[in-house]
Design a protein. Structure first.
Length: 305
């Protein structure tokens, strides 16, 4: 059931953009360090269900967090990569989202706090993603019992992980779930212009700054940084959800088109009136909870019985 957080107002599709603009204004001028703190405070604004067990773990040397809902199937695992433009975010900032997804899907979640730019530019995040995935395999979890997921930068990173795992000859996960993935470091697809006045969360200038911090002079068309340019064949079934109002809508559309061209099963859902990673507001936005539930259903369908 959708319940209202004590720390945030209930939202509708009509009021969500103004709420996001107010949040953005409150963080304007913050240093990167302070912005990271502010983003992690999502865990206070949207508390996690107290019945979900939370535990820190080093997965292949990478700080991660186990999130285990009651009744979760022990053999199944969701490997999740948070968003934040590769410059902020953590397992803490996204705990309310990842734990809800795990709860609805009936499986454990390993949420990865990969290294952030500019201190650790590309390919540090990809290296950490691969290390966490290898760790799960080394722990005896079958690839067919693992699903990967991520939002925004984490969505692009989830695809990069699969590409890197394929390159390394590792078995690929059973399914991939991508919320509003950022898949092109060039940040110049048509929706950056067509959605510029209606996206309350992302500006082209802001995302270019994040891309510059992450890439640090490296090739922005590298497939592991911008998977929209990659050979996407042989990947597992994928569901991509994106908001109709967001500048990244073409990143999602073009990624799915690239998958379909080479025979990879890919579903695209463009949610009318929604903004970037509206899923994160599931405690106070019915469409957020609906989208998370849809993602959980997709994962449950594509995991090995």
């Amino acid at each position: 059931m959708l319940t209202q957080s004590a720390s945030a107002p209930a939202l509708t599709a009509a009021t969500l953009p103004d709420y996001l603009q107010e949040r953005a204004s409150s963080r304007m001028g913050l240093s990167l360090a302070d912005r990271r703190i502010a983003v992690d405070e999502n865990a206070i604004t949207f508390p996690t269900d107290p019945d979900i067990q939370i535990g820190a773990v080093e997965a292949g040397g990478v700080p991660c967090e186990w999130q285990v809902p009651p009744g979760a199937e022990a053999g199944k695992c969701l490997l999740y990569f948070h968003g934040g433009g590769y410059v902020f975010g953590s397992a803490t900032s996204h705990r309310h989202l990842t734990s809800k997804l795990a709860q609805l899907a009936g499986m454990r979640c390993l949420s990865v706090s990969y290294r952030l730019a500019p201190e650790n530019p590309y390919p540090a995040a990809v290296e950490d993603a691969l290390a966490a995935y290898r760790w799960l395999l080394d722990e005896g979890i079958s690839a067919q019992d693992i699903a990967v997921a991520g939002d925004s930068a984490g969505g692009g990173l989830a695809v990069a992980l699969m590409l890197k795992a394929r390159e390394e000859g590792l078995p690929l996960p059973a399914a991939a779930l991508l919320f509003c993935p950022w898949t092109d470091m060039a940040c110049n697809r048509p929706s950056y212009k067509s959605r510029a006045t209606i996206d309350p969360s992302i500006t082209q200038q802001g995302i270019l700054e994040s891309a510059s911090a992450y890439m640090n002079g490296a090739d922005i068309t590298s497939p592991l940084a911008s998977p929209v340019y990659a050979d996407l064949s042989g990947l597992p079934p994928c569901l991509v959800q994106v908001g109709e109002r967001e500048v990244l809508v073409d990143d999602a559309r073009d990624l799915v088109a690239g998958m379909r061209r080479v025979g990879t099963t890919a579903e695209l859902e463009v949610w009318d009136g929604m903004v970037h990673v509206w899923h994160a507001f599931h405690p106070i936005l019915k469409e957020g909870l609906q989208a998370v539930q849809r993602g959980a259903d997709f994962l449950s369908t594509h995991m090995k019985p």
